[in-house]
Design a binder for this molecule. Structure first.
Ligand code: AMP
Length: 172
């Protein structure tokens, strides 16, 4: 089986000039590699009593939902503004250029529930950290985060606050 990194395609200048887009669709399409990826993402969380996996729109849904199934946990979507029906709790956060907003169902997680936040790529780190803070606002216990790919050169890990672990399967 190919290493996971061989199944992530670099696409230069997409969706904008200067961006090296990490295309994870070859990894998703490879049954054995996708299964191995989900197993590896789940391994630090097995037996930790995780009640919900919070996946970030949109590619975090793919990995997060599969992880939730494997961990016998629920799946909770963290979505871009205006996509979830009310009541929602939202959080604005800074991007490299401008602002963005994530939302979560106001009653999607029980206070004190153990959750993890999941996305495909950690770039500047703003999105995953915003999701972490949002989930915390609902009173959940954030046990940590998982991503498939970390773009280490962008140092997104430095934005991840608190002591909870942040796991990346592949660094690049
Ligand atoms: P950031 O907040 O900068 O860490 O960006 C992470 C979010 O943007 C994730 O939801 C990724 O899906 C997406 N993203 C950022 N940079 C890339 C990239 N180079 N390739 C693919 N997705 C990216």
């Amino acid at each position: 089986m190919s290493p996971l990194s061989d199944l992530v395609r670099d696409v230069p200048d997409f969706p904008r000039p200067g961006i090296m887009f990490k295309d994870i669709t070859p990894l998703l399409a490879d049954a054995a590699a996708f299964a191995a990826c989900i197993d590896a993402l789940c391994s630090p969380w097995l037996g930790k009593g995780i009640g919900a996996v919070c996946g970030i729109e949109s590619r975090g849904f793919i990995f997060g939902a599969a992880m939730a199934r494997a961990l016998d946990a629920g799946f909770v979507p963290v979505r871009k503004a205006g996509k979830l029906p009310p009541p929602v709790v939202g959080l604005d956060y800074g991007l490299e250029y401008g602002l963005d907003r994530l939302e979560i169902g106001a009653h999607a997680i029980a206070p004190g529930e153990k959750v993890i936040v999941v996305d495909d790529v950690l770039a500047t780190g703003g999105t995953l950290e915003a999701a972490r803070r949002l989930v915390e606002r609902l009173g959940a216990e954030v046990c940590g985060g998982s991503v498939v790919l970390e773009l280490a050169g962008l140092n997104g890990r430095s934005r991840w606050s608190g002591d909870a672990p942040l796991y990346a399967l592949v660094g690049s």
